[in-house]
Design a protein around this ligand. Structure first.
Ligand SMILES: Cc1cc2nc3c(=O)[nH]c(=O)nc-3n(C[C@H](O)[C@H](O)[C@H](O)COP(=O)(O)OP(=O)(O)OC[C@H]3O[C@@H](n4cnc5c(N)ncnc54)[C@H](O)[C@@H]3O)c2cc1C
Length: 358
């Protein structure tokens, strides 16, 4: 037998063999490289300071923990690199105007910098949601988990028929454009369509916003496929609406929302005066209109662990003993957890008097 026949990454780096990243590992990582993807998007190439190999499923995300201006902050970032390349982990971050963490990463994270990440997290991935005929839909920075999936599939020379429709504002905003073109040219089973919402004289691809007609013309057998959609909440609303309009079966639809445009405080405010009672702390608080349980707890000096603050990661899960809340979560609780009485403090707004087990 050829001694070189089955060389694995862990054979090449023996010290890493025993140290694999597992579910919800919190680890210090070292930034090795920063890659400019577009005018407002950078990829950060990270390696484990403890020489761990990164084990995750394509499509999962990590929590980035930072201290900025003496305050601990946490945000979710999807892994854009594939699990087939486990020696580094890449996140690809778009600057959010006025945003704290995305701008800090762009302005301060350099080769040699360290930070803490935790993961992997999330069930938006091809291992938990297997599909032989995937259609990937992404908008803007929502390309990141899809890119991890696409890279993982092509790294393994997987022959399933993949369709990918990615939307960006203008040609200059298309993240990973040259790599997407190269993958589509190299793998005949991978078809990529790039759509720009703003016209541009040099752009020969599709223009406009995705709608049912466009989806069916790009993917005629759409109804026999599974859709994986990812992007900011505005894009996700559009994607859901156009799939609904053409009668796409909801059970063949999976999504990861990056958040960003939940309702305004006034839309989400309770019509009646609301208050929250923290049972174990023995504190009662009268809420201002639209206040979340997390904001109320902070005002009362009650600590609730949080991470994404977008109703995704589930870290701020607490038990509601009585009363009603309006919860605008993005999938951070399973249906079983919801029926067991759990709510997410970051995105729950009391409607009347609410009693919480904390
Ligand atoms: C599962 C998941 C995966 C994700 N993956 C990625 C990814 O791969 N790449 C990526 O780029 N992003 C990703 N995101 C989004 C990311 O987590 C952050 O939400 C994003 O980077 C913005 O964070 P920020 O700290 O820069 O902005 P924030 O500081 O959180 O601000 C967000 C917005 O709110 C506004 N704002 C902030 N404070 C106030 C205030 N007091 N009053 C009014 N407005 C205010 C800001 O101006 C900004 O527009 C992901 C999100 C989720 C949930």
């Amino acid at each position: 037998m050829n001694a070189h026949a089955s060389v694995q990454a862990s054979d090449l780096v023996p010290a890493m063999r025993q140290r694999q990243w597992a579910q919800k590992t919190r680890d210090v990582v070292l930034c090795r490289r920063v890659i400019d993807e577009t005018h407002d998007v950078k990829t950060f190439v990270l390696t484990s300071a403890a020489d761990r190999m990164f084990c995750f499923s394509a499509g999962q995300y990590v929590l980035v923990h930072l201290r900025i201006n003496d305050t601990a902050v946490t945000r979710c970032y999807s892994v854009s690199s594939p699990p087939t390349r486990p020696l580094d982990l890449q996140i690809t971050v778009k600057r959010t105007p006025g945003g704290l963490v995305s701008n800090w990463l762009h302005d301060h994270l350099r080769p040699g910098s360290e930070m803490e990440i935790e993961g992997p997290l999330g069930s938006f991935n091809l291992d938990e949601l297997p599909s032989q005929k995937p259609v990937f839909l992404s908008g803007g920075s929502g390309v990141t988990p899809i890119m991890s999936m696409l890279r993982a599939l092509t790294d393994r020379a997987d022959d399933r028929e993949v369709r990918f429709i990615h939307s960006a504002k203008a040609p200059g905003d298309i993240i990973f454009r040259s790599e997407l073109d190269a993958l589509a040219a190299r793998f005949p089973n991978v078809q990529v369509a790039l759509v720009c919402s703003q016209g541009d004289p040099a752009w020969t691809g599709s223009t406009g916003r995705i709608d049912g007609r466009m989806l069916l013309s790009l993917v005629p057998d759409l109804h026999t496929r599974t859709v994986f959609a990812c992007g900011p909440e505005g894009y996700m609303k559009t994607a859901r609406a156009c799939l609904d309009a053409i009668g796409f079966p909801p059970e063949q639809y999976h999504e990861e929302s990056f958040g960003g445009s939940n309702g305004t405080r006034s839309e989400l405010a309770s019509a009646i005066p609301s208050s929250v009672r923290f049972a174990r702390s023995g504190v009662e608080h009268h809420c201002t209109p639209g206040e979340t349980v997390l904001e109320a707890a902070r005002k009362c000096g009650i600590y609730i662990p949080t991470a994404c603050q977008q109703g995704v990661c589930g870290t701020c899960r607490i038990t509601k003993l009585s009363g009603e809340v309006a919860m605008e979560d993005l999938g951070g609780l399973t249906p079983e957890e919801k029926s067991a009485g759990y709510v997410l403090a970051c995105c729950s707004r009391p409607q009347g008097t609410v009693l919480l087990d904390i």
